[in-house]
Design a protein around this ligand. Structure first.
Ligand SMILES: O=S(=O)(O)CCCN1CCN(CCO[C@@H]2O[C@H](CO)[C@@H](O)[C@H](O)[C@H]2O)CC1
Length: 491
């Protein structure tokens, strides 16, 4: 329909939260400074065979020392908020509250106070993948239910020490990636090869840990601190290959349930996994000779405990795939991919990026936002990540990223104004180039360029930083300012 393809000139809601994001391991460096404990990403990236060019986050953007520069560039872009994460092992070197590293507490206090001075709202992610190594070695990290208490203690410490000034909390960043790529593949730390069970055990404990932290805030801190606690879930939009073909539509829904429903259904609906996940994994487990389903079960009281434990839905979205049913595959070793029975692919016409998994498909974010509104009873949604990568060397004239942000942000505007989705904020990933996990510094997501070969790690604005600032200043797309945006676009 016409509106789907036309650019919308309009403004976002008055108090819309324009933001940008980073994460501790990807920017801080100071990997073993001032008493910080070792994380699983310190260890993972110290194996040069696992990271592009043998690179690591030992120094990264050196934000442990240069956080004032980060606040400066947030101010240059006139942003309202800044999403960053707390390094668990910087505060709790062995992961437990037996030993608190006050130097770590001081670092985050200085950053938070600096942001408030600059009139920038701190949005804090408690866990962005950097598990204290000791918890992995001691009891298997997310594979052991013991982690629920340790995570809850870590969360409570953060609420206690920072909650007088931090009012926006995200418990976990992308539990799908933690479970599926950390415990179901080899792409992310701790790099445990998938067996079709560990990924589901890790997810089970991630969901319990999230709920425990939310209840702690709700019971012990909300009354006096008045903040909100949510979770950031990643999801690609799953476009049915043929919208008129019921099996393609069914496959699309099935993938969305396996991708985001895995976590969103328990937390936003009824404390349990989506029916389609239970049915398919139970059936396949039986066929594969398991005595019980590879998908763990929540008890009735666990369902009560988990249901309703989020004040908003944080969405990390980057791209879209076509979907259609895949031939049923009951072969062993089983896995999340085989379990969902969906094949996904990119239209080769879609513009690429610096990352193999990321194609620019702007209309996908609007379709996903519409689906989330329907599926999860119209929740408040914060887009906590959206962004575009390019391979280094990238020049500052990053028109591909300009095009991506122009179009994706306009689709978010349509979702709000035309579809009534309650999107409360938008966060560009990322504030600056940083350590892109297994890709090291070869894939760049920054609005600001960082020269990692220069010891002072200088931050310099790309064209996209100027574009984003124009959009923030106009709180959207004003007819007259569009001319200025025009000049940013490919001639
Ligand atoms: O299909 S494969 O398994 O071969 C490749 C993985 C596919 N995606 C990669 C992106 N990730 C979500 C984005 O991950 C997010 O986005 C940023 C850019 O990556 C990261 O820097 C952030 O830390 C992270 O929160 C979900 C998994």
């Amino acid at each position: 329909d016409a509106e789907r393809d036309t650019f919308l000139f309009d403004t976002f809601p008055e108090d819309f939260m324009w933001s940008s994001a980073t994460s501790a391991y990807q920017i801080e460096g100071g990997w073993n400074e001032d008493g910080k404990g070792v994380s699983i990403w310190d260890e993972f990236s110290h194996d040069p065979t696992l990271i592009y060019g043998g690179q690591s986050g030992d120094v990264a953007c050196d934000s442990y020392h240069k956080w004032r520069d980060d606040i400066e560039i947030l101010k240059e872009m006139k942003l309202k908020a800044y999403r960053f994460s707390i390094s668990w092992s910087r505060l709790l070197p062995d992961g437990t509250v037996n030993s608190i590293n006050e130097a770590g507490i001081r670092y985050y206090n200085e950053l938070i106070d600096g942001l408030l001075e600059a009139n920038i709202v701190p949005v804090v992610t408690l866990y962005h993948w950097d598990l204290p190594l000791n918890l992995h070695k001691k009891y298997g990290g997310w594979l052991n239910v013991a982690i629920v208490q340790d995570f809850n203690n870590f969360a409570k410490l953060c609420f206690m020490r920072f909650g007088d000034r931090v009012k926006n909390w995200i418990t976990l960043n992308e539990p799908w990636v933690v479970a599926q790529l950390g415990y179901g593949s080899f792409v992310k730390a701790p790099g445990i090869l998938g067996d079709g069970m560990k990924t589901y055990i890790a997810a089970h404990n991630l969901i319990k840990a999230h709920a425990a932290a939310w209840h702690t805030y709700d019971n012990e801190f909300r009354a006096k601190q008045g903040g909100i606690v949510g979770i950031s879930l990643n999801c690609d939009w799953a476009e049915p290959y043929k919208r008129t073909n019921p099996v393609d539509v069914e496959a699309s829904n099935r993938l969305l349930q396996f991708f985001i429903g895995w976590f969103a259904h328990p937390i936003f609906v009824d404390g349990d996994y989506p029916e389609i996940m239970k049915t398919r994994i139970d059936n396949k487990s039986r066929l594969q000779g398991y005595t019980e389903s590879r998908l763990p079960k929540f008890t009735e009281e666990e369902k009560q405990f988990i249901s309703g434990t989020s004040d908003f839905l944080g969405l990390n979205h980057y791209t879209t795939t076509y979907t259609a049913p895949a031939p049923e595959d009951n072969s062993v070793p089983p896995g999340w991919g085989k379990d969902n029975g969906v094949q996904k692919w990119f239209n080769k016409k879609w513009p690429g990026s610096g990352s193999g998994w990321l194609k620019g498909v702007p209309w996908g974010i609007r379709r996903l936002l519409e689906w989330l509104k329907e599926e999860y009873n119209d929740p408040d949604i914060y887009i906590t990540e959206n962004g575009f990568s390019a391979r280094e060397p990238e020049n500052l004239d990053d028109t591909g990223r300009v095009q991506y942000y122009m179009s994706y942000i306009n689709e978010v505007l349509k979702a709000i104004k035309l579809d009534g989705v309650k999107v409360k904020g938008y966060t560009a990933w990322s504030l600056m180039d940083n350590f892109e996990w297994a890709a090291g510094y070869s894939e760049r997501f920054g609005l600001y360029h960082v020269d990692f070969n220069n010891p002072s790690k200088p931050r310099r604005p790309k064209l996209s930083a100027k574009l984003y600032t124009t959009i923030v200043e106009n709180n959207g797309f004003q007819e007259e300012s569009h001319g200025t945006l025009e000049m940013y676009l490919d001639p």
